[in-house]
Design a protein. Structure first.
Length: 185
């Protein structure tokens, strides 16, 4: 897949997180993980539909095809290239050529740190077990007071060049003022 196409997707995911998702959170549109997933899907579709259609790219949730088929792994969301020309395939899910972006999503309270780290372990497994070459994203709203930090060690070799953290928490010393930020490994 052309680097320019991947860059468009990458930059759009980051801008959606920093602008649209932050707005939705601040105005009470998000209540738990499922609405966060719905919002991400909605903005990706609304802002990139023409681009996706021109390049045979689609967005899927709870994805179990392509590289994930028979793996017992199911990411929250995948942006994938689809081969619409393959007439030998009778099932649409089997037309997925490859994942371009894989997104895991967490929306948790301050007491749920372990479940957030569990999804980071999933990302690592996607790379180590499945040999994923897609860019991986971890979108985390953590309703706790924190400084902008990363969940993955800054020098984690497995994440370098392949994982982007989309993080949100409350600014320390405020009345629950959210901060949304991105960390690219």
């Amino acid at each position: 897949m052309d680097k320019q196409i991947l860059d468009v997707i990458h930059n759009k995911i980051k801008s959606i997180w920093l602008e649209k998702i932050k707005h939705d959170y601040e105005y009470g549109w998000l209540l738990k993980e499922d609405t966060l997933k719905n919002a991400l899907y909605y903005y990706l579709r609304s802002e990139l539909t023409d681009f996706f259609e021109e390049n045979n790219i689609r967005v899927f949730t709870e994805f179990t095809y392509g590289e994930f088929k028979d793996s017992k792994m199911r990411p929250d969301m995948v942006i994938a290239e689809v081969d619409f020309e393959n007439e030998d395939v009778s099932y649409y899910g089997d037309q997925v050529k490859k994942s371009l972006a894989v997104i895991e999503i967490k929306y948790k309270s301050k007491d749920a740190v372990d479940t957030i780290y569990d999804d980071y372990d999933k990302l690592k497994e996607y790379i180590n077990t499945l040999g994923m070459s897609a860019h991986l994203y971890m979108a985390t709203i953590w309703e706790s007071f924190d400084k902008p930090t990363t969940w993955i060690r800054k020098n984690a070799a497995w994440a370098k060049g392949q994982v982007t953290e989309l993080n949100a928490s409350y600014i320390e010393g405020t009345e629950h003022e959210p901060q949304f930020y991105v960390y690219e490994h």
